[in-house]
Design a protein around this ligand. Structure first.
Ligand code: PGA
Length: 254
């Protein structure tokens, strides 16, 4: 992860359906990296099956994966992908703890182990946290606090600059989102995440912490999240599958 650069990360989820379409999309997005004027790192996270082919085609964008197993290699894990396999394909980032994976049983403990496995192979983990609903009494804050405390319980302070935290409120993700989050809500949570981690470590340790916002990021709100959302970058779902929209997001951030 390049120091001081903003990040725009596209999470393609379970799309597209063919390698041909995936390559076309990756090539277009890679071209749009020029709009970042060297100030933003563009990362695409395609499904595992496309990583190898895409890694040979993209020059300007970086490659990320949507998940990884926490065992580092050579163990019997049917259907799983190790961090070493990803590293050997040129993968630089891995999303861990996405809410859609947590729904399938990924716990904070598993997320913690996956972070450790990524770091062992110099892959930057993108650690997703976020509540499923907001309540006026502020229970969502203690929910995110618990996520962070459990995930970071045995991660050393020296690892913090090598980790990205993505705040992704579940209620703002996807087509069935209740509503979009506001930059003010993102900013509040970015401050809160830093506070929790400075309680766990110390205030100096969080100085270099990098936080992203994700959840219905689109061409209209991307610039505002970067300006007022207190974050260093964006994790984009649906709009990363539309090259024109993704291009506009890259432009609006720069
Ligand atoms: P969305 O997805 O942009 O489609 O809401 C974001 C995410 O789940 O990372």
């Amino acid at each position: 992860m390049s120091k001081g650069k903003k990040l725009i990360i596209g999470n393609w989820k379970m799309n597209p359906a063919s390698l041909e379409k995936a390559l076309r999309l990756a090539k277009e997005i890679s071209k749009y990296s020029k709009y970042s004027r060297g100030k933003t790192e563009i990362v695409i996270c395609p499904p595992f099956v496309f990583l190898s082919a895409i890694s040979k085609k993209i020059k300007k964008a970086k490659l990320g994966a949507q998940d990884v197993h926490f065992e580092t290699n050579n163990t019997a894990q049917t259907g799983e992908i190790s961090p070493l396999m990803l590293k050997n394909l040129g993968v630089k980032y891995v999303i861990v703890g996405h809410s859609e994976r947590r729904m399938l049983g990924e716990t904070n403990e598993i997320v913690r182990k996956k972070i450790g496995a990524c770091l062992k192979h110099a892959i930057t983990p993108i650690v997703c946290v976020g509540e499923s609903k907001r309540d006026e009494s502020g229970n969502y804050l203690s929910f995110v606090r618990t996520q962070l405390e459990e995930i970071f319980s045995s991660i050393p302070k020296t690892a913090l600059p090598k980790i990205l935290i993505a705040y992704e409120p579940i209620w703002a993700i996807g087509k069935s989102a209740m509503r979009e989050a506001t930059p003010a809500e993102s900013n509040e949570m970015a401050i809160f995440i830093k506070k929790v981690l400075s309680d766990l470590y110390d205030p100096k340790a969080v100085g270099s912490l990098r936080i992203l916002y994700g959840g219905s990021v689109n061409i209209k709100n991307a610039g505002e999240f970067m300006k007022d959302g207190g974050v260093d970058g964006l994790l984009v779902g649906r709009d990363s599958l539309d090259p024109d929209n993704f291009k506009e997001i890259i432009k609006s951030v720069n």
